[in-house]
Design a protein around this ligand. Structure first.
Ligand code: NOJ
Ligand code: MG
Length: 604
């Protein structure tokens, strides 16, 4: 039985069982008074929270320059309270030339001017904390902007900085000694070679992302030390945790293991990729190198020690890792001697499921995470972020309520990318307006949308006013999506039923013991409909029944385990004919395409 019951619950069950068998006094007491609910073990603040990702550039502009900023976030803090989220993770707000919109940091200790000041940041932390909302920052350890002091000093070979980056000599062309060749055939995530020639230093440096994002050398102790200084600095400023950016890229193969040469990667043979695209080579020397896990485990040790020494609340580390299931789970550590990130982000709803998936795919993929996750760890569910097509665009718009409900009802942490709570879709961004380095590097007017992350980054749609209430400026850094008159927060607050109202019901439901502490059961009922049941002795049971198909589907709820009559509707997707408190038979039920029902049932 898949169980999330904490020790107390299990002990209670065991006592009851022993009681039945031997007719002991324990059972007599239970029988006479009815079962006493087991005490719920209190959870740490993060273990069942909802984390809301803000893309600061596109959230709320307070000064009319068409760019979101920290003051803008401060003015909207009530939105998080209203939505029922417990923490916000902000994409980077540090000083940056903005080649990769903040993921190319030139000063890790200061705030980007267009986003505000250190005082604004401090105000944000203080006000958020007053409201009970935690602040998670983006930590970008893999690379620094080539405008950073670190890089400039390294170029100049200043003592202490010589080896801060991955520098390599050219390979001499055997046919023409004056010809310079790159050290290996490795390809950057944004296309083209990872090696960039530096005239001043007369060496190549490595960049796994844009040319302006030079990779730090994690075999250099001074770099590791500096990373801890950065972590400590923002902990002291009040950050409640970090999202660890681009972690699989922390190390590359060590030339010392290959006779002093950087080893080429074999070709994958993927016919859909050009020689300049990541994935053309296997990436076996540029991703998932085993050394990186020790760095993550060290960071966890550092964060825990800092928390302890300062008698502070838990600081969490969340690993951004696109990797196979084994390499992903390693970020958690194991059950024995390794403690890693609090969790690696679960990208299965992005990588393994889409509008083509059926109910069995959903059940299988959800169970896969829960099966591979080491014992005692906390699961998490991600439906979108600033690098991926938005959730309703990857799936179907009529699935928004079902997907948000699934996110909220699965065990562990729910993660929402800004706009998912109102079903925001990808915006249209023309080639002329395209600013994402990934699209500009690899695309042309005909194919750029295949690479562009801009459609997922268009401004948040607050209301029907100028620029959807994002900015007083009619011109914004990315265009506001044309659908803002229909899809915006204000309209959804006013409507009797809306995605936002459903979202709020679901974050509220998370306080129920069955969701925070209960067991789960997940089962496909047909090709297109599945059920997720959350139950905990003596507490109400809740079940999600979700048709992920494109046609209506009739299923038999009497086959769902752990579900007892009577069944009433707790919440239903916007287009459902069933409304709150309707009774649903534990028998044949028809769901429209995309319809989701959240049912309340008696305790098991
Ligand atoms: C992952 C971030 O989410 C993405 O936006 C960025 O381009 C890369 N890491 C490089 O930092
Ligand atoms: Mg602004």
């Amino acid at each position: 039985m898949p169980s999330l019951l904490k020790i107390v619950g299990i002990a209670f069950g065991a006592i009851a069982l022993v009681g039945v068998v031997v007719g002991s006094i324990t059972w007599a007491i239970l029988a006479s008074q009815g079962p006493t609910p087991p005490e719920l073990v209190p959870l740490d603040w993060w273990e069942h929270t909802v984390i809301y990702q803000i893309y600061p550039r596109s959230f709320k502009d307070s000064d009319g320059d068409g760019i979101g900023d920290i003051k803008g976030i401060i003015t909207q803090l009530d939105h998080f309270v209203d939505a029922g989220v417990g923490a916000i993770w902000m994409s980077p707000v540090f000083v940056s030339p903005m080649v990769d919109f903040g993921y190319d940091i030139s000063d890790f200790y200061n705030i980007q001017e267009e986003y505000g000041t250190m005082a604004d940041f401090e105000e944000l932390v203080e006000k958020a904390h007053q409201l009970g909302i935690k602040i998670i920052l983006d930590y970008v350890p893999n690379h620094a902007s080539t405008e950073s002091e670190y890089f400039k000093k390294s170029v100049a070979r200043e003592p202490g900085y010589e080896n801060h980056f991955v520098w390599a000599n050219p390979i001499i062309d055997p046919n023409n000694a004056s010809n310079r060749l790159v050290p290996s055939n490795w390809i950057s995530q944004f296309g083209g070679t990872v090696w960039e020639w530096n005239e001043a230093r007369q060496q190549y440096y490595l960049h796994q992302f844009a040319i302006e994002q030079a990779d730090f050398n994690f075999r250099e102790p001074a770099v590791k030390e500096e990373m801890l200084n950065i972590m400590r600095f923002w902990f002291e400023k009040g950050a409640d945790g970090y999202r660890l950016d681009a972690i699989p890229h922390l190390f590359e193969a060590d030339p010392n293991d290959y006779g002093g040469q950087y080893p080429d990667e074999p070709l994958t043979g993927n016919p859909f990729l050009t020689p300049n695209q990541a994935g053309y080579t296997t990436q076996e020397h540029t991703r998932d190198q085993i050394e990186l896990y020790d760095v993550v485990y060290e960071w966890r040790g550092f964060a825990d020690k800092w928390t302890n020494d300062n008698n502070a609340e838990t600081r969490i580390l969340l690993a951004e890792a696109y990797a196979n299931v084994t390499m992903t789970m390693l970020y958690y550590g194991n059950e024995r001697d390794r403690i890693g990130a609090h969790f690696p982000f679960n990208f299965d709803f992005i990588n393994s499921l889409s509008s083509n998936s059926n109910a069995r795919d959903f059940v299988y993929i959800i169970k896969r995470w829960l099966t591979y996750m080491p014992q005692g760890k906390v699961a998490n569910w991600v439906f979108g972020n600033h690098d991926q097509k938005r959730m309703p665009s990857r799936f179907r718009p009529n699935m928004v309520d079902g997907l948000n409900s699934l996110n909220m009802m699965l065990p562990g942490v729910a993660i929402t990318y800004q706009g998912e709570e109102i079903g925001m879709r990808d915006g249209y961004v023309s080639w002329e307006d395209t600013v994402d380095v990934a699209a500009c590097n690899q695309g042309n007017p005909d194919n750029y949308l295949q690479f562009s992350r801009d459609p997922a980054r268009t401004p948040y749609q607050w209301d029907r006013s100028t620029s959807a209430g994002f900015s007083t400026n009619t011109s914004t850094w990315l265009p506001v999506s044309q659908d803002y008159l229909e899809i915006n927060l204000q309209a959804q607050k006013e409507a009797t039923r809306s995605h936002f109202k459903m979202y709020k019901s679901m974050t509220r439901l998370r306080k129920e013991p069955a969701l925070s502490h209960g067991s789960y059961h997940i089962q496909s009922l047909s090709e297109n409909t599945f059920a997720l049941v959350r139950y905990l002795l003596t507490h109400d049971t809740y079940a999600l029944v979700f048709n992920v198909g494109e046609t209506s589907d009739t299923v038999d709820l009497s086959t769902v385990q752990f579900l007892e009559e009577p069944l009433t509707v707790y919440a239903s997707s916007v287009h459902s004919n069933r409304v709150v408190d309707d009774t649903v038979p534990r028998g044949s039920v028809t769901l429209q395409a995309g319809e989701a029902l959240v049912l309340r049932a008696s305790p098991m």
